[in-house]
Design a protein around this ligand. Structure first.
Ligand code: NAD
Length: 245
């Protein structure tokens, strides 16, 4: 592990353009469970609650679960050491941008400025009738699905449901950032969600070195990772940070 950390430190110091690509694993130490794995949300709930049609025609069934899974967990979560190290790296010029699959806003709360949210976010809703956005802070979350203050239509959280497109500009910017990266750091993602999981492969193809941080081996480990650091993001990133200082 020591040798791999040293190698990671060297890659970070020598990179001219570094991109971090994060998934649910980086927020586990903030108290938000991931979707997959032993304690993953999908071992307890049916992923189809996030099907767009099912929500539109059956929000009375989907909404209470969506509220519990996303808004009740996310409401109390705070950034952990991993989010904070990435924000410090951006401020000191060691990291140029973050592409995140997360919708929990924790990178921004930690102080990161350049963040592309590949799957949208949970800070606002969109009205499925009139298309207007409504902020979470202006929306009362009850046990029935929230309705638009302008037209009374059904509001949907502004993260993507099954059957929806990846939002712009995140979709095209992520591809551009992957193409620019000298170093691409994959943190806490299983690589099972497509098309997000294609982005690290694009970075590798364009010549980036790949560091992967995860508690378990996954889709990237034996295919594209140059350095695999096995462990919790909230412990590994501060260890790298100590050696950079
Ligand atoms: P995933 O649930 O498929 O995989 C999580 C990964 O994190 C696993 O590979 C696991 O081994 C790893 N992991 C667990 N704890 C870790 C830790 N402490 N440090 C480092 N790695 C750890 O998550 P995914 O690959 O991001 O894809 C699932 C989708 O779920 C994403 O698209 C995301 O939008 C969504 N999601 C988001 C949140 C969030 O916003 N926090 C939470 C759950 C799911």
């Amino acid at each position: 592990m020591e040798t791999s950390i040293k190698r990671a430190v060297e890659l970070i110091r020598n990179s001219g353009y570094t991109v971090a690509f994060t998934g649910a694993g980086i927020s586990v130490e903030s108290g938000i469970p991931p979707f997959r794995g032993d304690n993953g949300l999908w071992s307890e709930y049916d992923p189809m609650i996030l099907d767009l049609n099912r929500y539109y025609y059956g929000s009375e069934e989907s909404w209470p679960v969506i509220k519990r899974l996303f808004f009740d967990f996310f409401g109390n979560a705070k950034p952990n050491f991993a989010h904070m190290v990435l924000a410090e790296w951006e401020a000191s010029g060691l990291l140029q941008t973050i592409i995140t699959q997360n919708i929990d806003n924790l990178h921004q709360e930690a102080g990161s400025k350049s963040v592309y949210e590949y799957h949208g976010n949970s800070r606002q809703f969109i009205c499925l009738e009139c298309g207007k956005y409504q902020l979470l802070k202006d929306t009362k979350l009850l046990n029935t699905a929230p309705l638009c203050v302008s037209c009374g239509g059904l509001l949907k959280p502004d993260f993507i449901f099954f059957g929806e497109q990846i939002p712009e500009p995140a979709a095209s910017q992520s591809v551009k950032e992957a193409g620019k990266a000298d170093l691409f750091i994959i943190i806490g993602t299983s690589g099972e969600v497509i098309p997000a999981s294609n982005i690290p492969f694009l970075a590798k193809k364009a010549g980036a070195k790949i560091i992967e941080i995860n508690t378990e081996e996954g889709r990237f480990t034996h295919s594209i990772s140059d350095v695999f650091l096995q462990g919790k993001a909230g412990s590994i990133l501060p260890k790298i940070q100590e050696q950079i200082n």
